[in-house]
Design a protein around this ligand. Sequence first.
Ligand SMILES: Nc1nc2c(ncn2[C@@H]2O[C@H](COP(=O)(O)OP(=O)(O)OP(=O)(O)O)[C@@H](O)[C@H]2O)c(=O)[nH]1
Ligand SMILES: [Mg+2]
Length: 453
Amino acid sequence: MSVVKSSLSVEQEKKLLSLFGHVRLHLLYKASVHSYMHSAFHNRCDGQGPTVLVAYNKAGFVFGGYISKNYAQTGQVINDDKAFLYSITDQREKPLRVSSTDGQYGFTDGKNGLNVGVLWFLNNNTSTVQIVAGNSYTFEGEEMHGNDLQLTECEVYRVEDCGGILKTPWRGIDWEGYSSTKKRLMDYIKNYKPEVKSVFQARVLLVGPVGAGKSSFFNSINSVFKGHVTGQANTGSAGTSLTTQFRTYSIKAGQGGKALPLVLCDTMGLEEGPSAGLDIDDVNSILKGHVQDRYQFNPSMSVQTDAVGFCKSPSLQDTIHCVVYVLDACKVTLLSAKMVDKLAAIRKGINKQGVPQLVLLTKVDEACPLVREDLTNIYLSHYIERMTREVSVCLGVSQSCVLPVKNYSREFELDVHTDILLLTAVVQMLRYSNSYFDDIDQAGDQKSEWLGL
Ligand SMILES: Nc1nc2c(ncn2[C@@H]2O[C@H](COP(=O)(O)OP(=O)(O)OP(=O)(O)O)[C@@H](O)[C@H]2O)c(=O)[nH]1
Ligand SMILES: [Mg+2]
């Protein structure tokens, strides 16, 4: 699975977004990857609801059209009074926006690409924009595209409405006294003691699709306790999992400080295919403590009992005390049926072992423009609230188990609001680990049998 990336620069994206309310853009189609063929475009863009076409030319113009209705290849002229053409250049501070002078004529829903007003993109399966007769959009060619109709790239994005700001937060947090909140959360973590004598550190397993932000979460927590942004675990974007070893990360409370009573276990990412990425048997072996630090996963084979790094007789300290599903908030609505089934099967196995489970919803900054502007909007964001609800339904956990966070990804310096969300998530992980220890305490000697140790 290759990663298709937007060609919009940060500045261009900002200008494009300024044409809408609170929306996020999801890239559906890119000509340099999927070709200029109509069929490639329609396969990816039909039935997707509101979309915006983004065309690029050598003259430096980014221009195209927004339509608020589905492409469906009806061959009809569609009444769309929200449709518009736009143009962005480095020279212009604000985008040019041209609405239809006649709402009756929004765009033509043909089989041969997209025709908004006089601009016909992908006509004849080529990168040349055709000018066709029609006067419902009025503009100067020089202003719209610099009279350069040869495209260097063409993309289509689904435009997703994020909703606005809620009147009351959907979850409470003390942003006001933020420095004392951060200290209180850090102290809780430093002073936490597992409720079972033989265990010194709660072991929390991070599982989730490739690129969801598992390794970044460890880096982020490590950064908070180090006092500056660090990148011990490799992170990034690749088609398959960047993390191929099982890693158990201990975190020190400051430079030269004591190890925290927490171990974050980072795994290879989950993939859709049956014999790709981490699988259900791997998760079971990890849960029971058989897999040691730096075990090298083989994506096409489950954990091998005779491999280096396989522990035959694990102790309670080696087992997993809390599982955290890590999911990208931007991709919640795009989780494939195969991935949902895989997660459900993993969850079933974990339920059997009685290990508490939480969900970490990452990349909230990318998912909601209001949160990107100001992280303290997180519990006021309609969109993030909706995503936490959707995730809870999808995985069958309660909404209170879903923890939205922003990992450190491109920053050099710490930010106190980012830290508070990250630390809040860790505190929940420790509390949930405690409920596992409570169960063990109550079960007494039966515990080994339960765990199958
Ligand atoms: N903006 C933003 N980017 C993030 C966030 N979390 C992770 N990223 C970025 O997402 C990409 C993937 O993150 P990783 O931490 O490598 O993901 P992973 O789950 O460990 O992926 P694999 O090891 O490949 O399974 C990286 O480029 C990160 O910088 C976040 O909260 N916000
Ligand atoms: Mg990773």
